[in-house]
Design a protein around this ligand. Structure first.
Ligand SMILES: [Zn+2]
Ligand SMILES: [Zn+2]
Length: 660
């Protein structure tokens, strides 16, 4: 008989317990430590920037997926003998955390936050981040993910916030920061603006709304109407103009009732089918430009006053600009309802054509309390039937204006955090300009485009995406009004109109005229930061910080700089005026960085590791290498726009902070 040489295998193994035993061994026997320090004396460097995970909830499966890729990448480079940073990052600030804390407290609107107390609310946001960063750390360890878990960076840290201050000051010195009065996407629940960077593909919902065909009587012509179509009937009171394509053919169609309607020639069959007597006339769109019309809400005082002040442009037919608002004939009528205050394209076209605007809704998307008659105070978005019912009543009373209502399925944007459908409203917001020439005469857009091409992208199509994004990029909306937990934008706007942007706490202390002592010792967050008033360098008056917090893409985008140390003296790089010389990998990571991990790094958002990184890192930086490093930022979600956004943020900041 032969003797068995194998141990009996347990038929019912406890895998979880076995994993835990193995993990315990990794840590107790110093295996992880040996791994992290394996290449400490290597001359070859590889820098991986961990795009931070939001420390707002336990990790999801998708996080585990992304983190596995990140870990795989770093383990691969470790085996190749590269010295690396193993710093994990936690994204801490912003609306996502606020929304969860609001849920915990049972709040449904921001008034409840103010009643509760901003200081207490902000503390709860911090506490939530601390709690979930610990949970995410444990979960990541369970994945077998090897990082320097004791030295993760936190985007709520002073280092990160003050680094953004420095960045914004540089932008301001270049003349790129401005306050714009624009029509912006807006979440009526969060009562704040949503930037283009936040409107990710997955935040569009497939929805069915009532779309409306509206007949607008042309002034001076009998029974002749412009036929327009809109999927957002709540915006009809904001109508200022009707846009046509000057080169497109339009037909005057006689309906069965005898009334005549202008529509694009190519849309006639789709709209009317056999319900018409015939086509009376065909002209190019330019022939319609300059016509005036009346509309169903002209009786509202808010509309009337705009009409009185702008008799030439009010309710006129204007030529579109195909780059702003291209007109198609596959849907709609080819005549486009232009509500300057309630749409980004409408606003831009309005600016180009010198059109006035009628602000119609407040922060919660209620019709404004002044000037909107029976609609005042009612919610425009929740109750689109308000408008449609009114139009139906008009029809019934012998003033036809509603041609037809049609159910229409389309993709409509929702708030990325609370999933409420967005509206567009005019608001004063702060922006970083893409097309304002800086001190050297070059725009930020052109600088970014040229640097993007110096990056080695993996896969190659990353470059195409980035360039596409950069070419179409709007000015960057960096402010979030009405919110509490986030970067305190260091913008101080005096009544006299002068704007100061501060670049460091030292500058704040130096310019403070009151409140510094109360603030000292606190993190630069609401409400403490706002106790400090500075003096206006122009008129000498005391000035408060603007009330807004910053866009969260700033938080993650700045980390390639905020996590750097001055190799000589130890402090964070934001304290230095000579940032460039600090582009040296610290031996290990900031001991004082506040407590956070990131989902979603896959090969699709990693770039090829630069071959010459070691020599570049040690010799200070060249711009291209910096960008290669930044392009290693792992991203939050695997969508085109998210990848582009975060790369964009990183690249943008790189551009500003490092001389090309
Ligand atoms: Zn929201
Ligand atoms: Zn002043």
């Amino acid at each position: 008989m032969t003797k068995h040489s194998f141990k009996r295998v347990d038929a019912d193994p406890n895998f979880v317990a076995e994993e835990e035993t193995l993990l315990k061994r990794y840590y107790e026997e110093g295996i992880v430590d040996q791994y992290l320090h394996k290449n400490d004396s290597s001359k070859k460097h590889f820098t991986f920037f961990d795009g931070p995970i939001t420390a707002n909830n336990p990790m999801g499966v998708h996080h585990g997926w992304g983190r596995t890729y990140k870990d795989l990448w770093q383990k691969y480079k470790n085996l190749q003998g590269y010295k690396q940073r193993f710093q994990n990052g936690f994204d801490c600030q912003g609306l996502w955390v606020e929304v969860e804390v609001e849920k915990e407290l049972g709040f449904t609107n921001k008034k409840q936050i103010e009643e509760y107390g901003i200081e207490k609310f902000v503390e709860l946001c911090k506490a939530r981040v601390n709690k979930y960063s610990k949970i995410q750390t444990d979960q990541s360890k369970r994945l077998g993910y090897f990082m320097d878990w004791d030295h993760s960076y936190y985007t709520m840290s002073d280092a990160n916030n003050y680094m953004i201050w420095h960045f914004l000051k540089v932008c301001h010195e270049q003349g790129w920061i401005y306050k714009g009065h624009h029509s912006v996407p807006w979440c009526p629940r969060c009562q704040t603006a949503i930037s283009q960077h936040e409107m990710l593909t997955e935040d569009y919902k497939e929805l069915v709304h009532d779309s409306v065909y509206l007949e607008l009587p042309i002034q001076g012509r009998q029974h002749e109407f412009l036929l327009i179509w809109t999927t957002t009937p709540w915006t009809i009171p904001a109508n200022i103009a009707v846009a046509v394509d000057p080169k497109l053919k339009y037909a005057l169609v006689q309906g069965t009732s005898g009334d005549k309607f202008w529509v694009a020639e190519d849309a006639v069959e789709r709209i009317f089918g056999s319900e018409k007597k015939g086509i009376l006339q065909t002209v190019l769109g330019k022939e319609l430009v300059g016509l005036h019309y009346t509309a169903p809400f002209d009786h509202l005082p808010a509309v009337k006053s705009v009409q009185v002040d702008n008799p030439d442009t009010f309710h006129s037919v204007v030529a579109t600009d195909p780059l702003i608002l291209p007109i198609v004939t596959t849907e709609g009528t080819g005549l486009v309802h232009t509500a300057v205050s309630a749409g980004s394209e409408d606003f831009k076209l309005g600016k180009l054509r010198g059109l006035p605007l009628i602000p119609v809704i407040d922060d919660e998307a209620n019709y404004l309390s002044d000037g909107f008659g029976e609609f005042s105070g009612k919610n425009a978005k929740k109750h689109p039937e308000l408008i449609i019912d009114f139009l139906k009543k008009q029809n019934a009373s012998g003033h036809p204006c509603l041609f037809k209502v049609e159910r229409y399925k389309h993709r409509y944007p929702a708030c990325w955090r609370c999933k409420t459908e967005l509206v567009w409203k005019v608001a004063d917001e702060w922006y970083i300009s893409m097309d304002q020439p800086g001190k050297d005469g070059r725009t930020l857009r052109s600088r970014m485009q040229s640097v993007a091409q110096k990056i080695t992208w993996l896969p190659d199509f990353g470059l195409e995406r980035e360039l596409d994004w950069l070419a179409n990029m709007h000015d960057w909306l960096i402010s979030k009004p009405n919110r509490y937990w986030g970067l305190a934008l260091p913008i101080y706007e005096c009544e006299c109109g002068h704007v100061q942007v501060l670049g460091s706490p030292a500058e704040l202390q130096e310019k403070a005229v009151s409140g510094w002592d109360q603030f000292a010792g606190h993190s630069p967050h609401k409400p403490h930061i706002d106790q400090v008033k500075i003096s206006c360098e122009k008129c000498g008056k005391a000035v408060s910080r603007i009330n807004d917090v910053g866009n969260v893409w700033l938080d993650a985008g700045v980390i390639p700089f905020s996590t750097l140390l001055d190799p000589q003296t130890g402090p964070f790089s934001w304290m230095s005026h000579h940032l460039r010389q600090f582009w040296v990998m610290p031996p290990f990571w900031p001991r004082t960085a506040a407590p956070c991990t990131n989902p979603g790094a896959t090969p699709s958002n990693l770039t090829r590791p630069p071959a010459k990184l070691a020599s570049i890192s040690c010799a200070g930086s060249t711009f291209a290498s910096l960008l290669r490093k930044i392009s290693c930022l792992a991203t939050k979600k695997l969508t085109k726009s998210a990848v582009n956004s975060i790369l964009f943020s990183g690249i943008l900041i790189a551009f500003l902070s490092m001389p090309v």
